[in-house]
Design a protein around this ligand. Structure first.
Ligand code: PLP
Length: 452
């Protein structure tokens, strides 16, 4: 260090940083207080380094850059878009289902304007928010009535609170499942004040097991779809039709926690058949609950369909108000149902487009990427995810990048802008085109080039 002059004196003033062109730009973008704070922090850090005899980075340009970096980081939202190159279609950690264009526009319209949320245009009087998505739902599923709440977990708590509080709900031991995110069917049942009665064994439960467990305290039989695991081998479970016969024979309800809520047949796309909402209703379930953002492909919601008198009781339950769906959800959900009504779900709802995407198309995309990135196209599998179709995969074409440290590259991709989430397997970085949305390709390629 030059001992003749005090280097601390040579530091630029806060005022000169604020009035510089970059300073003005930062103020315009982040506000004066935050910018001032960032300059002070940068100056303080430079002073410390000078005192410690370290390279200071105290020139005005360097300080401005440090402040700009700090501000950018501080103002980056924690919830932001990422590019999903994992091939997991309903990726719960990445926000489950991306919405169709129509659903996005419907949400934007409901967000920026007043709406008919609880207003009847005919009478000019108060209307009900409960009718919006519900009418469409009944039309699509054939259910007598429907109710939308915040998510499927809430839907189940509501159903059990309304119909089994202080009474018994009968569930097979094979269905005492944990869905993920700490959601355990037995714990949710407990929350509602229902007494859980377990019947059968882990691998086998018959209709007679349910019948034997019924007491005067029994309120309902429940089926929980084993969304995220699969039992094979010496396995038997009562069908919903058999369960309905037992329940109705004793004056009890049959409630189905269907989980994913498929309205279309997954078997048409090379997957195993995921039970549909319509099937549960046909089998005689009184109430069926499922998520809006899994195989339905809409926004987060819990959807209940079933018998009108029962749905009416749910609507009137005090809990219903606490877990009601908001207008943005109802707008997005209605637009999503509209695709089903028009018979265009597979061509308009992103997760169904991804499920139905032909292998040839995936391969052509993978080859284009491989050429640009210098990778190899290999055969692989995409998972449906989101607690749907466990173990079921769709054949896909992956781009495999052989790099010295794939985890380092994957981390760089995650920390880029926009973040890209890739897979690593067998020491290679893998990109699955299936879950990369149209329009994200050039951004993705640029991000991967930069990370390499
Ligand atoms: C996913 C799932 C739930 C929870 O649904 P959320 O909408 O995430 O609250 C409940 N039950 C089953 C069987 C599920 O698959």
């Amino acid at each position: 260090m030059n001992g003749a002059t005090n280097p601390l004196r040579a530091l630029p003033s806060v005022e000169s940083l604020l009035t510089s062109p970059v300073g003005a730009e930062l103020i315009a973008r982040y506000g004066r207080d935050s910018t001032l704070e960032a300059f002070r922090a940068a100056l303080n850090a430079a002073r410390e380094r000078l005192r410690a005899g370290e390279p200071s980075g105290a020139e005005a340009n360097s300080l401005l850059e440090q402040a700009a970096d700090a501000l950018r980081e501080r103002f980056t939202p924690t919830l932001r878009p990422v590019i999903n190159a994992t091939g997991i279609i309903i990726h719960t950690n990445l926000g489950r289902a991306p919405l169709s264009e129509a659903a996005q526009s419907a949400i934007a319209e409901a967000a920026g304007q007043y709406s008919t949320l609880e207003f009847d245009l005919e009478t000019g009087k108060r209307g009900s928010r409960l009718r919006h998505a519900a009418e469409l739902l009944s039309e699509i599923t054939g259910a007598e009535a429907a109710l939308v709440v915040n998510n499927n977990a809430a839907a189940l708590v509501l159903i059990l609170s309304a119909f089994a509080q202080g009474r018994e709900a009968i569930l097979s031991r094979g269905q005492l499942v944990e869905i993920g995110g700490g959601f355990r069917v037995p714990e949710v049942m407990e929350q509602s004040g229902a007494r859980l009665v377990e019947v059968g064994t882990t691998n086998r439960t018959r209709a007679a097991d349910y019948a034997r467990a019924i007491t005067p305290q029994s309120a309902l039989l429940m089926r929980a779809h084993a969304s995220n695991f699969k039992q094979i081998g010496f396995v038997e479970s009562a069908s919903l039709t058999e369960m309905a016969a037992v329940a109705h024979g004793h004056g009890l309800l049959l409630v189905d926690d269907l989980g994913s809520g498929a309205l279309l047949d997954t078997a048409a796309y090379g997957l195993e058949h995921e039970p549909t909402v319509q099937e549960s209703l046909h089998a005689g379930c009184d109430l069926v609950a499922f998520s809006g953002d899994k195989l339905l492909g809409g926004p987060q919601a819990g959807i209940i369909v079933g018998r009108a008198a029962l749905v009416e009781r749910l609507r009137e339950h005090p809990l219903a108000r606490a877990i009601r769906a908001d207008k943005l959800c109802l707008a997005g959900l209605s637009a999503t149902f509209d695709h089903y009504r028009r018979g265009e779900a597979v061509t308009h709802i992103p997760i169904w487009q991804m499920i139905a995407r032909p292998l040839d198309d995936l391969r052509a995309t993978a080859e284009r990427w491989a050429q640009s990135l210098g990778g190899q196209v290999i055969h692989g599998q995409s998972a449906v995810g989101g607690g749907s179709l466990p173990g079921e995969t769709l054949p896909t074409a992956l781009v495999a990048l052989t790099v010295p440290a794939p985890d380092v590259v994957a981390a760089r991709l995650r920390l880029g802008d926009p973040p890209v989430i890739a897979r690593i397997a067998d020491g290679r970085l893998l990109l699955d085109p299936r879950t990369v949305l149209p329009g994200q390709e050039s951004t993705l390629l640029a991000a991967v080039h930069a990370a390499l």
